[in-house]
Design a protein around this ligand. Structure first.
Ligand code: DGY
Length: 323
């Protein structure tokens, strides 16, 4: 009897995803966090035909140097900056990710984060829980009025556009920066105005929201110069990837009140969060949750598992390949 291909799922996910994989493969499931460093993954990978990995698992040349039979890597995420695509191509390994299924949920999560920070929800909740509420205060916890304010979106792909659509419903003006300008029809639909340079967004927006992928060009795109260009009463939202923001520069800008606040879902050294950021009262910090609903996270898992079943067995599942 032909050998069943072997698949490594780096940590436990939903039962349905495990079941799909078990139908076709000999499945090994790692422990949570077990493969967050390249050496552990390198040592394990030699016997696997397929890898379903998390965005916290580095899949680089070190890992692939020991991948003797690996044919497909499916990332449980739309962003795939943890995977060295060039190295995968050199080793003839296909790479899949999970676009589309998380767009609306991630946009909803971004709006939740944005509203939390600009209307100071966690900060005022802490105040109340600490027993400091002394009745309605006409001048207490004043936040940003979204109607008529300007949202600056950096990275106007699927998620950026879904965020823009929602912010239009708050009567915000939308400006954006993206390497490729949107077509006129989409710009009109979103009421969005394009600027070539992200710094032009920094200086004009009341809320800057980051939705670009992490690349060599976008690493530390938000640095001290960017933060100094922002208005002192403006806010930064990051639901893209942590290293797009130079975290220490952001923490200092928040402490010095050079910007009004930040809503941060992703961190430069995830899962570590710098103490200076943790101690900034004007930051709302959440643990990479903007795509976190059961239907979305399940669809992401099924899409990634489907890509492995398709590559190794020709099974017909919806999936998306990067290369
Ligand atoms: C992704 O899929 O890249 C997201 O960061 C997960 O929330």
């Amino acid at each position: 009897m032909a050998r069943k291909p072997k698949v490594l799922l780096t940590e436990p996910v939903f039962r349905e995803v495990h079941e799909l994989l078990k139908q076709y493969f000999e499945l090994h499931v790692g422990r949570r966090g077990q493969f967050n460093d390249a050496l552990s993954l390198r040592d394990a990978i030699y016997c696997y035909d397929g890898l379903l990995c998390m965005l916290s698992n580095p899949v680089n040349e070190t890992v692939l140097s020991n991948a003797t039979v690996l044919k497909v890597v499916a990332n449980y995420a739309v962003g795939y900056n943890n995977i060295d695509i060039g190295a995968c191509q050199r080793h003839n390994i296909r790479v899949a990710n999970t676009p589309d299924v998380l767009t609306e949920t991630t946009a909803d999560g971004t709006i939740a984060l944005l509203l939390s920070v600009v209307r100071r929800i966690p900060e005022s909740e802490r105040f109340l829980r600490n027993g400091l509420f002394d009745g309605w205060n006409p001048t207490g916890f004043l936040g940003l009025e979204l109607s008529g304010a300007t949202a600056g979106i950096i990275g106007m792909g699927r998620i950026g556009q879904a965020v823009a659509k929602r912010l239009r419903a708050f009567d915000m003006n939308i400006i954006y920066s993206n390497p490729k300008r949107l077509d006129r029809e989409t710009e009109t639909l979103l009421g969005a105005r394009w600027f070539e340079d992200p710094l032009q967004i920094a200086s004009r927006a009341d809320v800057v929201s980051l939705h670009c992928p992490l690349t060599d060009k976008t690493r530390h795109l938000v640095n001290q110069q960017f933060l100094d260009s922002m208005k002192p009463d403006a806010y930064l939202i990051n639901a893209s990837r942590g290293p797009v923001v130079e975290e220490i520069a952001l923490a200092m800008a928040l402490h010095d009140r050079r910007i009004a606040g930040a809503g941060i879902d992703v961190f430069e050294f995830e899962p570590e969060v710098q103490d200076m950021l943790l101690s900034a009262p004007n930051a709302v910090l959440v643990p990479h949750i903007t795509s976190a609903t059961k239907p979305t996270r399940l669809k992401m898992g099924m899409l990634a598992a489907g890509a492995i079943a398709k590559t190794l067995c020709g099974a017909d599942y919806p999936c998306h390949f990067v290369v």
